[in-house]
Design a protein around this ligand. Structure first.
Ligand SMILES: Cc1cc2nc3c(=O)[nH]c(=O)nc-3n(C[C@H](O)[C@H](O)[C@H](O)COP(=O)(O)OP(=O)(O)OC[C@H]3O[C@@H](n4cnc5c(N)ncnc54)[C@H](O)[C@@H]3O)c2cc1C
Length: 272
């Protein structure tokens, strides 16, 4: 399947007060292989202009160079999202309308309408990760990680998930064992950290999947390695967003250290 193309909105609905589910159709989606945690880059056009796609296909590096070569006034804004579900030639993407100063993706989602067109890169099977083969899969994340956690929970029957959301109204029906944590005004990530630190995990080998706000993901990973003795290779982790920084801002020293660690583990998620 060509991992790049256009997406057209065919439906928009609020699934919770702060989550907008957008259904897209587009060439190539029908041939998309199913696998859990399908990430994609969405390209948002500048106001009043059609979305302009980079003209290189295939290799992601060439595609990214072509993206950067688009003149800045025409270059779409790029943000990362996850396929929430798919049905034949359509995909659903859930946008969290976050409380941070609204970035372009959140602003777009809050007024998305049938007929709107975005660009995409992905989902790309090159980024498909093997599922863990441990006895238990521990998933932990915030609202932005619900699409990925939902897809993991529907693939495995040995997962325990901890999901932090703004409040009870943000819970969504998910399969399997899910512990919902409500911020209810508390600091972002604090309830999730508390719950994972206090969790009594079932006996057996455990792998972990962590995503959400970057400093919380780091703290969770540190806890699992330093206090629970997890081997780093059994932890899949991604900082999805950073406090006070947009996805366009340069990586911090901590982001670069995380990226280096992930590259070191690029042989695959050794969850066994
Ligand atoms: C692999 C991957 C998959 C992802 N999947 C999803 C998904 O399926 N659904 C989803 O909603 N998000 C998902 N995200 C997170 C999403 O890409 C970010 O939240 C992104 O920053 C949103 O773009 P924006 O234009 O709204 O904000 P930006 O322009 O990037 O940031 C603007 C401001 O908003 C703040 N901010 C950004 N996100 C949040 C947040 N969640 N809560 C509070 N403040 C925030 C930033 O700190 C910044 O101050 C994913 C991220 C990655 C890397």
């Amino acid at each position: 399947m060509n991992p790049t193309g256009l997406l057209e909105v065919t439906a928009v609905r609020r699934v919770t007060p702060r989550t907008v589910r957008v259904t897209f159709t587009g060439a190539g989606l029908a041939g998309l292989e199913p696998w859990p945690d399908q990430q994609l880059k969405l390209l948002f056009p500048p106001p009043g202009r059609p979305v302009r796609l980079p003209s290189a296909d295939g290799d992601v590096m060439r595609w990214y160079q072509a993206y950067l070569a688009i003149p800045s006034e025409e270059r779409p804004v790029m943000r990362s999202y996850t396929v929430r579900s798919r049905d034949g030639g359509t995909i659903d993407v859930d946008f969290v309308l976050h409380s941070g100063s609204a970035g372009p993706a959140t602003a777009w989602a809050s007024r998305a309408a049938v007929g709107d067109v975005l660009g995409r890169y992905g989902p790309d099977p090159a980024y498909r990760r093997p599922l863990s083969t441990t006895d238990i899969l521990l998933c932990a994340g915030d609202d932005t990680a619900i699409p990925a956690i939902a897809s993991l929970l529907s693939e495995v029957d040995n997962a325990v998930a901890f999901v932090e959301v703004a409040d009870a109204a943000e819970e969504q029906p998910l399969p399997g064992e899910v512990h919902w944590l409500h911020r209810d005004g508390a600091e972002h990530g604090s309830r999730l950290l508390e719950a994972v630190r206090a969790a009594k995990l079932p006996d057996g080998s455990v792998a972990a999947w962590l995503a959400g706000e970057a400093s919380t993901v780091r703290a969770l990973r540190r806890h699992l390695v330093a206090e629970r003795g997890f081997d780093k290779s059994v932890i899949e982790f991604t900082g999805y967003w950073r406090r006070s920084l947009t996805q366009d801002d340069a990586p911090t020293a901590e982001d670069l250290a995380d990226a280096a660690e992930k590259l070191g583990d690029s042989a695959g998620w050794k969850g066994n």
